[in-house]
Design a binder for this molecule. Structure first.
Ligand code: 1CP
Length: 390
């Protein structure tokens, strides 16, 4: 499907942004930078806004979700926004009993760790998400309207000559990471319930993964249709799996989830200059997981443009493992944000240096911003990335 002409990619507002260019393997004037979990607890303006509102209520209140998404873009002048939401929001929207407990994460009223539980869950039609997703569509629309009305972040001291507007990244949880919470009924360290179900009852596991893939794929598609210019699939806990289990029991569902955005394309003028001829490009997709050094190639092979790398593997090693020609995103160890500036600065420079081994690099952390991070440090890292890569 061709995205409508007013979509920021179709309108040419974000299609040549640093971020979108990097995701298709092209380098720009400076290396683009954003941070996983840039929206949220490290920002005092976020904590102020959230007082008295529960996490999932904040996600489903369009004005609030939009404002929280925009806060780090304004403050840090990053090269992308990431939609403020959570991987369990689509579950909540179709009626699954889940809440996000402060300091803990998503907690369900029960676990779905056997065939009976899976049958109950999968009796819900994932297509119901489309009827329930008005708050997502409205929040994304508000974010994109403001991003389009504001000049892009630019490079701070290194120049702010970026054309168009700042892109918004939409995201969703990959089926395995969602299943890890669903099977357990909440956060866990080793995701044992999910890993047991995978082997104990492969049929129930496949049903759970298929259902989750459709639900989370629809969530991602909703965000792109509403105006997001890229999509990131978070398989945060895939690092708990062997390569064989990943390939057999997980990758097919992740491929299915991405099928809900792979057909979304935008038109660009044809290189021949023939005004009537138009070429199409698809919406860029990023795939990220934690502790997935052994899985990087397989995570690329599910059909993504860019691979997000956590902090355990240097980017040049990741580039070797994945193979030539794949843009990389990452991978500063978040722990370094609390280190003295000279230590942090040299680590940032090293990440940029190693990122040269990929055709293009989007600077990010190797996982999310820790809540106690001093936000002025994040702003300084953005400036450094822009200046050092110029
Ligand atoms: O009250 C609060 O502030 C709750 C903290 C919080 C926030 C700010 C949670 C609970 N989720 C979020 C927002 C969120 N979640 C975003 C926002 C955009 C941004 O990055 O700025 C995103 C992308 C997510 C995605 C998410 N949720 C992931 C994948 C990314 C990752 O960090 O690996 C996962 C695993 C979750 C589950 C979750 N939600 C919240 C927590 C604390 C957790 C992790 C719990 C656990 O350790 O298992």
């Amino acid at each position: 499907m061709i995205l409508p002409p007013q979509h920021p990619l179709s309108a040419g507002l974000t299609s040549d942004s640093r971020l979108v260019r990097a995701y298709r393997g092209e380098r720009s004037d400076v290396t683009p930078v954003w941070f996983m979990r840039q929206a949220g607890r490290s920002l005092p303006e976020y904590r102020d806004l959230r007082v008295g509102t529960r996490m999932l209520d904040a996600c489903l209140e369009p004005a609030m979700a939009a404002e929280i998404t925009l806060q780090p873009v304004r403050r840090h002048r990053v090269d992308a926004g990431i939609f403020f939401s959570d991987i369990v929001v689509p579950l909540k929207l179709v009626g699954v009993d889940v809440e996000i407990q402060p300091g803990r994460g998503p907690v369900f009223s029960r676990g779905y760790a056997d065939a009976a539980g899976v049958a109950e869950l999968t009796a819900i039609d994932p297509a119901r998400l489309d009827e329930a997703s008005a708050p997502i569509t409205e929040a994304v629309g508000r974010v994109v309207a403001e991003l389009n009305a504001t000049p892009p972040s630019g490079g701070g001291a290194a120049g702010s000559n970026e054309p168009g507007s700042t892109p918004l990244i939409g995201f969703a949880g990959a089926p395995f990471t969602l299943a890890a919470y669903l099977a357990e009924g909440g956060p866990s360290k080793d995701h044992l319930a999910a890993r047991t179900l995978m082997h104990a009852d492969p049929g129930a596991w496949r049903a759970l993964m298929d259902w989750t893939a459709e639900l989370t794929g629809r969530f991602l598609r909703t965000q792109v249709l509403a105006g997001a210019s890229a999509a990131q699939l978070f398989d945060s806990w895939a690092g708990a799996l062997s390569l064989a289990d990943y390939e057999t029991h997980v990758a097919p569902a992740s491929t299915k989830a991405l099928g809900f955005v792979h057909d979304l394309a935008y038109e660009i003028p044809d290189a021949t200059g023939d005004a009537a001829a138009r070429a199409t490009r698809s919406v860029p997709v990023v795939h990220f997981g934690v502790g997935t050094g052994e899985l990087l190639g397989a995570m690329h092979d599910i059909g993504v443009d860019t691979v997000g790398v956590d902090y355990r593997i240097p980017l040049d090693v990741a580039a070797q493992r994945i193979g030539d020609g794949v843009p990389l995103q990452g991978n500063l160890d978040p722990a370094l944000l609390a280190a003295p500036w000279p230590v942090l600065e040299s680590a940032v420079r090293e990440v940029l240096e190693r990122g040269q081994s990929a055709p293009a690099h989007v600077f990010n952390l190797g996982h999310g911003v820790p809540p106690e991070t001093d936000p002025t440090v994040l702003t300084r890292v953005v400036q450094l990335v822009h200046e050092a890569s110029a």
